[in-house]
Design a protein around this ligand. Structure first.
Ligand code: ADP
Ligand code: MG
Length: 231
């Protein structure tokens, strides 16, 4: 489905939040590298999808009422075989029912597990004065505690993207620490530019988060995505 149909379907269902599966589908179409996800509503389907995707896989809760999936035990990573998929499926459903008994559960998203990289965040928020603004930062505590992020107003130029990457205090981490090779800044810049272009042409989008995106010496891929529509 294209972005127009995905947005129309969400609105018809009274949702202002796209599911991770929908968000990744539209981002993939926009040229952002994402670990795409498939919906399973039964254990059997989850096992079949996992087989097709190839192990290791990750299973995650899909619910319009649950936005921080790991907070409720709704994410299981590193699943190496079909039995692990079955156990993870059952455990995620149990956790969701315990933590959010009234939540509407769409199903479980099955996706490939990306190798561990350095986690970054690329996001977009709508400023009442400036309109869409793109954000970049290192993942986890660097953003949440240190607030070490950079911002630019959309449309972001190639030069802006390079500066955003260079501007954060933790930038030494991107240059490679403890003998690690430097990370692929061109892949980060590409994601920032693709997000900027995407939101510039889709005013329906109010907020967007790639949180996290894994970055490697070569390449970068978003493993979680969230898109909120304007009201
Ligand atoms: P939450 O809704 O809690 O933000 P995420 O989808 O971000 O859930 O998953 C939590 C964490 O699990 C991520 O920060 C990442 O470290 C890891 N993770 C999630 N999906 C994948 C994946 N496809 N490959 C590798 N790691 C993943
Ligand atoms: Mg996340």
């Amino acid at each position: 489905m294209n972005i127009e149909s995905i947005v129309a379907q969400a609105r018809a269902e009274g949702r202002s939040l796209l599911s991770e599966i929908e968000a990744k589908e539209v981002l993939h179409q926009a040229g952002v590298a994402v670990e795409r996800a498939v919906l399973a509503t039964t254990i059997e389907a989850a096992r079949t999808h996992a087989e097709q995707i190839g192990y290791p896989v990750v299973l995650k809760i899909v619910s319009p009422d649950i936005s921080h999936k790991s907070d409720i035990g709704g994410v299981k990573v590193g699943l190496e075989d079909a039995d692990a998929v079955t156990a993870a499926f059952e455990e995620i459903m149990r956790n969701a029912n315990a933590a959010a008994p009234d939540a509407d559960i769409t199903g479980i998203a099955v996706q490939h597990m990306a190798p561990q990289g350095t986690e970054i965040i690329v996001g977009m928020t709508t400023d009442p004065q400036f309109g869409p603004v793109v954000m970049f930062g290192l993942g986890g505590i660097m953003v949440e505690v240190m607030k070490d992020v950079s911002f630019r107003i959309v449309p972001v130029s190639e030069r802006d993207a390079a500066q955003m990457i260079d501007e954060i205090k933790g930038k030494a981490i991107l240059d490679g620490v403890r003998g690690q090779p430097p990370l692929d800044k061109a892949a980060i810049a590409k994601a920032i530019l693709a997000v900027s272009e995407f939101v510039e042409h889709n005013p329906d989008i109010q907020e967007l988060d790639l949180n996290p995106m894994m970055v490697y010496a070569e390449g970068a891929i978003a493993v979680d995505a969230r898109i909120a529509l304007s009201g």
